[in-house]
Design a protein around this ligand. Structure first.
Ligand SMILES: NC(=O)c1ccc[n+]([C@@H]2O[C@H](COP(=O)([O-])OP(=O)(O)OC[C@H]3O[C@@H](n4cnc5c(N)ncnc54)[C@H](O)[C@@H]3O)[C@@H](O)[C@H]2O)c1
Ligand SMILES: O=P(O)(O)OC[C@@H](O)[C@@H](O)[C@H](O)[C@H](O)CO
Length: 388
C-alpha cells in the first residue's frame, strides 16, 4: 500500500507518517525542502521519539520523498497511491492542489480505484477546502468523474509536535498523546484501515472541540506568554496570570461547545484539564512563537479565536477572556513572523480600529468589536507602564 503525504515537517513525520507506517503503508513524502527530501531518500527511515520519561522511540521504515516541483513524478505517485494525506499548513493547500489534480487526471484516465485525500491541517473543513482548490484545475467532465472516485474526508488531528532541534535532521520528538478523527461519510471506496484513526459520521463537534479547546488554549498561552516575555509554552503556563486567563478562555469556549454540541459538562471539564496538563509537559519545550505563528490566520473569522468569540455571543456568552487573547494576538510582534509584521505595520499606518476590521472581519457595529478595542487599549497601556 502506498500513501503519498504532502509536508515532511513536524506533524507529517511525527504523527501522520508514524500512524501510516504502523498501518503497513509505504510512504512517499512530498516537500519543498531539498534538504529534507534528499535526507529521506538517502536513509529511507527516521526516528520518532516520545516526549515522556520513558523516551520510547519508533523507527519509521519504507519512506521515500519527492520534491513538489517534480510534478510529473508526484502526479504519477498520486495516480498509483492508496491514500493521499497532507500536513503543509492551511495557506499552502492552494499551492499543492494543481499537482494533486494532475494525479487525479492520470488516475481517472487509467480508471484507477477510489482514492481518499485527507488534509490534516488545523482548520475547519480542510479537505473540503483542498477539494475546491483541486477542482479549479479540473474541467467539468473531470470534476464529474472525480466526484465518483475521489473522496476528500475532513479530519481533525491532534498531537503537539514542537520545532525540532536535533543533529539528526529527520528525528522528531512528539508528545505521547494523539487523536485523528475523520469524517467517514465523506470517504469513497474502501475505508482506510489505520489504527489510530477514529471514524465519525459528523466531524463538526470534534473539529470544533479540538480547535476551540486545544488550539484556542494554546493560542492563549502563546500570546499572553509572549506579552510577558516567556519563551515557551511550559514556562508560560506556569505563570499564574497566564494559567488563570487560559482557564477562563477555555471555560468560555467550553460553555459554547456544551451549548452547541451538547457535550457532557463534566467530561468537557476533564478534557480541559487534560489539555492544560499536556501544555505543562516538562519533556517538551514548545516556543510561544511557533504556537502563535501566523496571527493573520489565527485571527481570521472562522479560526480558533474570533470563531468561538462570535459564536459565543450568539449563545449569550460574553467572550471577555477570548477578547483578551484576540487583543494579545494583535500585539504579537514577533520579528521573524511575516504575518505579525504585516499586522503591526497595518496598525501603525491605519490604526487599531482598521486592523481589527481587516484581520478579524468583525464589523465596527458588533459588540465584540468594542470589547476587543477596549481590551487592546487597556493591555497596550499596561505594557507601556510595564504593569502586565
Ligand atoms: N505541529 C503540531 O503540533 C501540529 C499538530 C496538529 C496539526 N498541525 C498542523 O499540521 C500542519 C503542518 O504543521 P507542522 O507543525 O508540521 O509544520 P511544519 O512547518 O513542520 O511542516 C510543514 C511542511 O510542509 C512543507 N511544505 C511547505 N510548502 C509545501 C509545498 N508547496 N509542497 C509540499 N510541502 C510543503 C514544509 O517544507 C514543511 O516541511 C499545519 O496545518 C498545522 O496546523 C500541527
Ligand atoms: O499549527 P497551528 O499554527 O495552527 O497552531 C499551533 C499549535 O497550536 C498547534 O500546532 C498544536 O500544537 C496542535 O494543533 C496540537 O494538536
Amino acid at each position: 500500500m502506498l500513501a503519498v503525504h504532502f509536508g515532511a515537517g513536524n506533524i507529517g513525520r511525527g504523527f501522520i507518517g508514524q500512524l501510516l507506517h504502523q498501518a503497513g503503508y509505504k510512504i512517499c513524502f512530498v516537500d519543498v525542502s531539498d534538504e529534507l527530501v534528499a535526507e529521506i531518500n538517502r536513509r529511507q527511515e527516521y526516528t520518532v521519539s516520545l516526549a515522556s520519561e520513558e523516551k520510547t522511540t519508533f523507527t519509521i521504515h519504507n519512506v521515500t520523498a519527492l520534491l513538489s516541483k517534480d510534478e510529473e513524478a508526484v502526479a504519477e505517485a498520486i495516480a498509483s497511491a492508496d491514500l493521499v494525506t497532507t500536513a503543509v499548513g492551511p495557506n499552502i493547500l492552494k499551492f499543492i492542489a494543481p499537482v494533486i489534480a494532475k494525479g487525479i487526471q492520470k488516475r481517472i484516465k487509467a480508471e484507477g480505484k477510489a482514492l481518499n485525500v485527507i488534509a490534516c491541517e488545523n482548520m475547519i473543513g480542510g479537505s473540503s477546502a483542498l477539494k475546491s482548490f483541486v477542482y479549479e484545475s479540473l474541467n467539468e467532465e473531470e470534476q464529474k468523474q472525480a466526484t465518483l472516485v475521489i473522496g476528500f474526508p475532513d479530519a481533525a488531528v491532534d498531537r503537539i509536535v514542537p520545532l525540532q532541534k536535533h543533529d539528526d535532521k529527520l528525528w522528531v520528538t512528539v508528545e505521547p498523546f494523539y487523536e485523528w478523527v475523520v469524517n467517514q461519510s465523506q470517504v469513497l471506496g474502501a475505508v482506510p484501515q489505520v489504527e489510530g484513526i477514529t471514524y465519525v459520521s459528523d466531524l463538526g463537534p470534534f473539529i470544533e472541540r479540538k480547535l476551540f479547546t486545544v488550539n484556542t488554549g494554546h493560542a492563549a498561552v502563546a500570546y499572553l506568554g509572549y506579552l510577558l516575555k516567556l519563551g515557551s509554552i511550559d514556562q508560560a503556563i506556569q505563570n499564574s496570570y497566564v494559567l488563570d486567563m487560559t482557564e477562563k478562555v477555555l471555560h468560555e469556549t467550553g460553555a459554547l461547545l456544551i451549548a452547541k454540541h451538547h457535550f457532557d459538562s463534566k467530561q468537557h471539564e476533564e478534557y480541559i484539564h487534560k489539555i492544560i496538563k499536556r501544555f505543562k509537559n516538562p519533556y517538551i519545550s514548545d516556543e510561544v512563537t511557533r504556537v502563535g505563528r501566523s496571527p493573520i490566520r489565527k485571527l481570521s473569522a472562522k479560526d480558533r479565536l474570533v470563531g468561538p468569540a462570535l459564536q459565543a455571543l450568539e449563545y449569550g456568552i460574553t467572550p471577555s477572556a477570548l477578547s483578551l487573547v484576540i487583543a494579545a494576538a494583535l500585539l504579537f510582534d514577533s520579528k521573524d513572523d511575516p504575518e505579525a509584521a504585516e499586522i503591526q505595520s497595518h496598525i501603525k499606518e491605519n490604526g487599531i480600529e482598521a486592523a481589527i476590521q481587516k484581520y478579524t472581519g468583525i464589523s465596527s457595529a458588533s459588540p465584540l468589536f468594542a470589547l476587543i478595542l477596549e481590551t487592546y487599549k487597556k493591555v497596550k497601556s499596561q505594557i507601556n507602564s510595564a504593569s502586565i
